[in-house]
Design a protein around this ligand. Sequence first.
Ligand SMILES: Cc1cc2nc3c(=O)[nH]c(=O)nc-3n(C[C@H](O)[C@H](O)[C@H](O)COP(=O)(O)O)c2cc1C
Length: 398
Amino acid sequence: MNAKEILSASFTLPCGTEIPNRFIKSAMSENNADRGGKISGRLLKLYETWGEGGTGILISGNVMTDSRALNEKRNIVVEDESDLEGLRKMGELAQAHGSHLWMQINHPGRQAPNWNKETVSASDVQLPMKKMFDKPRPMTDEEVMDQIERYGNTAAIAKKAGWKGVQIHGAHGYLVSQFLSPITNKRTDRWGGSLENRARFPLEIYRNMRAKVGPDFPIGIKINSADFQRGGFTEEESLEVIDLLSAEGIDMIEVSGGTYERAAMMGSTKKKSTQEREAYFADFIVKARKRTSKPLLLTGGFRTFDTMAQAVANDELDFVGMARPYAVYPHLVKEFLEGKRTEANIPAAKTGLKFIDKMGFLEIVYFAEQMKLIGLGKPTDPSISAWKLLFRYVRKSM
Ligand SMILES: Cc1cc2nc3c(=O)[nH]c(=O)nc-3n(C[C@H](O)[C@H](O)[C@H](O)COP(=O)(O)O)c2cc1C
């Protein structure tokens, strides 16, 4: 089979849903909702455009379970049915050509910037960036139970709105990952201490969701292979959590890594040689494959279609995740299948000043700008000047 045949083969998830091909757009926070976290015209246009692109699953940017805890001011918030119509419209447009739209569901915990009224987490461990993030208040048992219920409700609303799946955001140092990591979870109750206790939060979220959406609706999780910090969540622990979720019947496990402190998901902690061979977490996925029979999705660094097809052909993974390339080339799967594209490399937005370029925020601004352009119905601007972005960023923050 050639790369095109391998990557365009359909795949049936354990819950019975058939996914049209092996391409997944991984979550990218769009930061483009209307006031109150409602679906905006820009989001509709963005997902309509992505929906024309031939991708098997479009995973939304992280959708918040709780309007009291956002990680960006313009996040989508789904804590009740007040915007069911907006969500329905978004589902229709994104899925008009056969893609499946999944909702990534998240609570930022201690990674909620300090313009939120209050910060809560598993424990009171503050991020080192103290000017931006407050010391969190440990959640009470009642609050933990309330969040589990919220994740379940948000999933049920996604289903009601016609979206075709959900994903728990268990990676990148947000609330679920704060419960999993011994660095951020110092609790001595049933939610902390042993791995069994730390994993209780995601497991209960999964069970609550499953009870609300039923056996036929896909539920996935994005999980860190590790958080890459001394004393943190390790690879072995991640594999054990994968075992636990597999036993529960999870439909897809997406592997990523890192937190706000160690941005491994963007490749920044990886050696140049790892970045060049693509797939930052390729070694871990091989270990995960040996532990679980559940479908695996790997995200981070994939850029050439031959490399992606090889990974699927080698049976290392079932789905290929990409994020940043979709912000620049929204129709990249279609272009690949039509033979118009063989890779999805993206130019780096750099000012040339090391101290600015290594901060990483410019990269987020660059991709946010591309998504904004698509949302406005305009072509993307891959070669946009880093200085222009920096200038706009500074002006906006004043
Ligand atoms: C602008 C931007 C926003 C992101 N937002 C999210 C998010 O909401 N949820 C998530 O799990 N990952 C998020 N990510 C990380 C991506 O899903 C992905 O893991 C990472 O970009 C590596 O994949 P890539 O090399 O294909 O871009 C974001 C990345 C970017 C660039």
